[in-house]
Design a protein. Structure first.
Length: 270
């Protein structure tokens, strides 16, 4: 019944007060990285379904940067003439966000595109990270002694782009404020420290009860390797948590609300 009500409301939203039909909004193209791990594709597809449930009138398509089909250029080519907002399923600024996605958008002349900001940093990511930690066994209430001995490593993919490090550190700061314990960012590749080094740094500060928070959008090799280093609990990746679907739509709406010349395909401001 809730889905029927939502769909009816969505259809009515496309009808103006004088009874004429409004133009459909630009399509949302969710741009995932891609992974050889089959769990990644199934996770992203589930996230797409959750986005569609939240906004049934919106056309939602999926494109990948590499490794999985459909690839982003194929998604844009099959979309036909129209408008689209590309929302990166990426957690920070980096080469894919700054170069690969805009270049793919520019190479699709039949589609008027704009590129949204990456998902992070944002409080909805912190909401998801917190929920995944609690699912893994993190206690929502701790004694003062337990809190003084606890810490979290925020395990991320890593990038050589300094802006990516800035974004990840900001997420770590927000998560630390939510948890009330230190949160140290660590990286699976291309940046330091790695997860074992971050765990040693926490131990050197007297923090011996440490969890690993998975700052990955879906399961994959990096997420698995980082989780294996956890001395206590390791949270699941962000996945298709409801807050992730809300965040994707927020970035979509934000991109549409950002003034932008029609001829310019630039990142929407974070």
């Amino acid at each position: 019944m809730n889905r029927i009500t939502s769909q009816l409301g969505s259809q009515l939203s496309l009808v103006s007060l004088n009874g004429t039909r409004r133009a459909a909004p630009p399509a949302l193209v969710l741009v995932a990285h891609g992974s050889r791990d089959p769990r990644a594709l199934s996770t992203v597809r589930l996230l797409v379904e959750r986005i569609r449930e939240l906004r049934p009138h919106l056309t939602v398509r999926l494109g990948h940067i590499e490794l999985n089909e459909p690839l982003l250029p194929d998604t844009l080519a099959s979309a036909g003439p129209g408008e689209a907002v590309l929302v990166p399923l990426l957690l920070s600024r980096g080469h894919h966000v700054k170069h690969d996605i805009p270049e793919a958008a520019a190479a699709a002349p039949d589609v008027r595109t704009r590129v949204a900001a990456p998902l992070g940093p944002h409080p909805l990511l912190v909401e998801t990270l917190y929920a995944r930690l609690v699912e893994a066994g993190w206690r929502t209430r701790m004694s003062d002694a337990a809190r003084r001995s606890s810490g979290v490593v925020l395990a991320a993919a890593g990038s050589r782009d300094p802006d990516a490090g800035v974004d990840t550190r900001r997420t770590a700061q927000l998560l630390a404020e939510r948890l009330g314990v230190p949160v140290v960012p660590a990286y699976a590749s291309a940046a330091t420290p790695n997860v074992p080094a971050a765990l040693r740094a926490l131990a050197a500060r007297g923090r011996h009860r440490n969890a690993v928070a998975s700052y990955f959008t879906a399961p994959g090799r990096f997420a698995t390797e980082c989780a294996a280093a956890a001395p206590w609990i390791a949270a699941a990746p962000l996945g298709a948590h409801p807050a992730m679907a809300r965040l994707v739509l927020h970035r979509y709406d934000q991109a549409l609300a950002t003034p932008e010349p029609a001829s310019e395909r630039a990142l929407a401001s974070a």
